[in-house]
Design a protein around this ligand. Structure first.
Ligand code: CUA
Length: 313
């Protein structure tokens, strides 16, 4: 087993083992005393005024136990916080409700790809609220906080796939903020890293862009109501929004869609303030044009079975 994993497990097992043993011991002693000092055998209560030996025992032994727990916890914590200098570094960006991983060569992905048996250090932040990056298999869990950088590291181990979860409640789709760590043999990883974005399938380019930026985590393509309005037939849709000057009807034309994507807290799309981060620095002008053209054309939805709400054309 990898070193940090075994340290976490050792601390857990030690504390659990001691606690369980003490619980059994106290229960047995309590039951024993119940009979030994039953009032029928000792009708007269006696007053005892201190017992140095007993007091020293119940002070010193628990102190030693607590110090031992601290030692296991502290040494494991130190190992978890000390990333080896040769760690591969990946930038992690959390947002409602997806993860983005960016590799040293600029490639990005929604699942985390790592080479086998290599230490990996993740430098993390969040674009909106506090999330928590959690990989049970590696025993790592760390908050991602807007405006702050946090990190975790782990040794990837043998080729396998592990779950990534968000462990901090972050809104209605918190439970779906899932991803995977994909551990590849080193040569395969290098190939993956050097290759272009995901091999193109027959899905429209615009849909690939919407997926890449995590748009479809909140906006469905098939009309399903998620957090945000569905993309289905969005072009030309009329919506009533509340502004300081009262209600007004806006039409989702090119201008509106651009504002809604690039600057969602602008007056005209006030409804979504605080719900959606601005994509100005994320989505290029070309990508935006492709997406808007796609909306204009109405898209052609083909439903994949069992993927309600994340349907891809
Ligand atoms: Cu992100 Cu919960």
């Amino acid at each position: 087993m990898l070193e940090t994993i075994s340290r976490v497990d050792t601390a857990f097992q030690f504390i659990f083992g001691i606690s369980f043993a003490i619980m059994i011991l106290i229960t047995l002693v309590a039951v024993f005393f119940l009979f030994k000092y039953h009032h029928t055998k000792h009708p007269d209560a006696s007053e005892i005024d201190g017992n140095v030996a007993a007091e020293l025992t119940w002070t010193i032994i628990p102190t030693l136990i607590v110090l031992a727990m601290f030692w296991f916890g502290w040494s494991g914590y130190k190992a978890l916080r000390s990333a080896p200098a040769d760690s591969m570094e990946v930038q992690v960006t959390a947002r409602m409700w997806s993860w983005k991983f960016e590799y040293p060569n600029g490639k990005t992905s929604k699942e985390l790809y790592v080479p086998a048996n290599k230490p990996v250090k993740l430098n993390m932040t969040s674009l909106d609220v506090i999330h928590s990056f959690y990989v049970p298999a590696y025993r790592v869990k760390m908050d991602t906080v807007p405006g702050m950088n946090t990190y975790v590291w782990f040794n990837a181990g043998e080729p396998a796939q592990y779950d990534i979860l968000c462990a901090e409640y972050c809104g209605v789709r918190h439970a779906f903020m899932l991803s995977k760590v994909v551990v590849l043999p080193e040569e395969e990883y290098e190939l993956w890293l050097a290759s272009d974005e995901q091999p193109s399938t027959d899905k429209p380019e615009a849909v690939a862009i919407l997926e890449k930026h995590g748009c479809i985590d909140c906006h469905s393509l098939d009309g399903t109501e998620l957090v945000g309005p569905t993309f289905k037939d969005i072009y030309g849709r009329e919506t009533v929004v509340v502004t300081p000057d009262g209600e007004m009807t806006v039409t989702a034309d090119e201008k509106y869609l651009e504002t809604a994507i690039y600057d969602p807290s602008a007056e005209i799309v006030k409804n979504y303030e605080d719900m959606m981060p601005p994509f100005k620095d994320e989505m290029s002008g070309d990508e935006l044009d492709t997406v808007i053209e796609y909306f204009k054309s109405g898209g052609t939805q083909v439903e994949k079975p069992g993927e309600k709400g994340r349907v891809i054309a």
